[in-house]
Design a protein around this ligand. Structure first.
Ligand code: ADP
Ligand code: MG
Length: 558
């Protein structure tokens, strides 16, 4: 039997599949992932540049936000996708630091490439990186300072750091204060721990006016109008009822017939219906409510009676908005109208109907202790408002994670220098080949101050040297970082460039994990159905542009 198949190819992989192994596979992966890092790197920090992204429909996004950029790049290479994933994780876990995590992973890969080239085995690098990442967490913890809900000044600085460079100067406006007020308002204590559900802060974008005129609504913005022109447009010290049943008379079932034999019966029937609706409105009125938000419909007749009683009513309010109204005003959502009583009502200092940018809105403002709040974002164009929204999300994420963990750090590259120097010392105690990997990890962290320096037009190497001098033990300048605004190395604690501890712990964890995963791969098998696009000019491993990232092509595989 043996030998029968000689001359026939043995097909293991389907036709059109590609395989690359060993160093080639690893290099291709590293190059693809590093490409993503190179794209976002120049956006890091307050002096970072913006990217203009044009999608396949020609829609334009102008942003400085790492997560948004990589999301819009639509990379297809699996290793590049990992970078997108870590940015998303960072966004979900912290809400800020997305550029940092990508830049850090990219820098770690850059360092591993050097180690690989000098013949260090990937498993050694992985071991060294794991040790370094663990030690880094300890150094971060040691350097972090405490912050609580009461430390408004520190929290405002954290918000400012998160927003600087995004949304064109948003950080200089009252908005940073709004972000802190919003987060501290919705923060709750659960088993002695502070928790912030960021969904309790609603961002409503309306084009027009200027960014500085953005408002914090200590309550809820309902994107609806009141029902009847005769209803009041504004109510002060408003008692609010929330109803998730319809203010309508139930329509008769299709098979239940009512036979009306003469006109007087018809009249009676209509009167009954009207009375039922009037009674419902009476219950609302008797409860003391001046405002009614109804999740379902409100019949015309009921509207008439509500208006007659000077009750401001809105119908078909979204369920999520009803829940926010309940949290903001402390009202119970009532499901049966007959059960409604004064105990169920909530309170808002002002409820008013307004028209903003052509849209009718009902603002529920000045709630007493609102557990849901809204930020009304303004700005001249859609792009401005969109970027402002991203800046605010970063600020809210930063402030929230600072108070949840209760720890913060000095940014501007100061903490990265502390980490780098701390890990360098640690490497010496470890010895062996792992020492080289730990040193490489230490050097990789310098990418943050280096990039900040470059963005400010400073020499990267000189800046690192002078930062290290300041940080050296005997001088005790652990808070020296890159003052990008004044183009010098300075004490950034004094300048109040603060970041939540979690930005850094999460960035290091995610970046290390992604890099280690990439370093473990020595075989790429792709069952691509797409034809391989030609290699980008200049060759390389897919670094020739986004076009070269399509499918598995452009990676220099045979
Ligand atoms: P990310 O998406 O990672 O948050 P950013 O573009 O927000 O990226 O840049 C964050 C970096 O900029 C952090 O290292 C932070 O410490 C630094 N940074 C923020 N504000 C300043 C400032 N005023 N001076 C120097 N560095 C700053
Ligand atoms: Mg940021």
């Amino acid at each position: 039997m043996a030998g029968q198949n000689i001359g026939q190819p043995v097909l293991i992989l389907p036709e059109g599949a590609f395989r690359s192994t060993g160093k080639d596979a690893m290099k291709a992966n590293i190059t693809a992932a590093k490409f993503v890092g190179e794209v976002v790197r120049t956006t890091l920090g307050p002096k970072g540049m913006d990217k203009m992204l044009v999608d396949d429909l020609g829609d334009i996004t102008i942003t400085n936000d790492g997560a948004t950029i990589v999301d819009n790049m639509k990379v297809e290479h699996p290793a590049a996708k990992m970078m997108v994933e870590i940015a998303k994780t960072q966004d979900k876990e912290v809400g800020d630091g997305t550029t940092t995590v990508i830049v850090l992973a990219s820098s770690l890969l850059d360092q591993s490439e050097k180690l690989l080239n000098s013949g260090i085995h990937p498993t050694v690098i992985i071991r060294g990186y794991t040790m370094a990442a663990l030690q880094a967490q300890k150094i971060l913890e040691k350097n972090a300072m405490n912050v609580t809900l009461a430390d408004r000044d520190i929290l405002e600085k954290i918000a400012t750091t998160a927003m600087t460079g995004k949304g064109a100067g948003a950080a200089k406006t009252e908005i940073r204060k709004h972000c802190v007020t919003a987060v501290t308002n919705v923060a709750v204590k659960e088993n002695g721990k502070v928790k912030v559900n960021q969904d309790d802060i609603r961002l409503v974008k309306k084009i027009g006016k200027s960014m500085a005129e953005s408002e914090l609504i200590e309550g809820v913005v309902i994107e609806k109008e009141t029902l009847n022109i005769d209803m009041p447009k504004i109510i002060n010290d408003a008692k609010i009822a929330l109803l998730d049943a319809a203010l309508e008379v139930k329509k008769t079932e299709t098979d239940a017939k009512i036979s009306i034999r003469d006109p007087s019966q018809m009249q009676k029937f209509l009167e009954q219906e009207e009375n039922a609706l009037k009674n419902m409105v009476d219950i609302v009125k008797k409860s003391g409510a001046k405002v009614l938000f109804c999740q379902k419909g409100i019949d015309d007749v009921a509207q008439y009676y509500l208006a007659k009683n000077n009750i401001l009513a809105v119908r078909r309010v979204k369920k999520s908005d009803m829940e926010k109204l309940s949290k903001a005003t402390d009202a119970n959502i009532v499901s049966l109208i007959k059960d409604m009583s004064s105990d169920d009502l909530g309170f808002a200092g002002i409820v008013e109907q307004v028209k903003i940018a052509g849209d009718e809105l009902v603002l529920v403002k000045k709630c007493k202790n609102p557990k849901a709040v809204s930020l009304l974002l303004r700005g001249g164009t859609e792009h401005v408002v969109d970027e402002l929204e991203r800046a605010i999300k970063d600020a809210i994420g930063g402030v929230a994670s600072a108070i949840e963990i209760g720890r913060y750090l000095v940014g501007a590259g100061a903490i990265e220098i502390e980490l780098s120097m701390g890990l360098e010392n640690y490497a010496k105690t470890v010895g062996g080949r792992e020492q080289l990997a730990i040193s490489a990890f230490a050097e990789a962290l310098e990418i943050v101050p280096k990039t900040l320096a470059e963005s400010a037009g400073l020499d990267a190497i000189d800046t690192i040297v002078s930062l290290k001098e300041k940080h050296a033990k005997e001088k005790g300048g652990i808070n020296f970082g890159v003052d990008v605004m004044n183009k010098k190395v300075d004490d950034m604690y004094e300048q109040g460039v603060f970041e939540p501890l979690k930005i850094k712990t999460q960035a290091i964890t995610s970046a290390t994990e992604a890099v280690e995963m990439i370093l473990r791969i020595d075989d790429v098998v792709a069952s691509s159905k797409k034809p391989m696009p030609p290699m980008p000019p200049g060759g390389g491993y897919g670094g020739g542009g986004m076009g070269g990232m399509e499918g598995m092509g452009g990676m220099g595989m045979e």
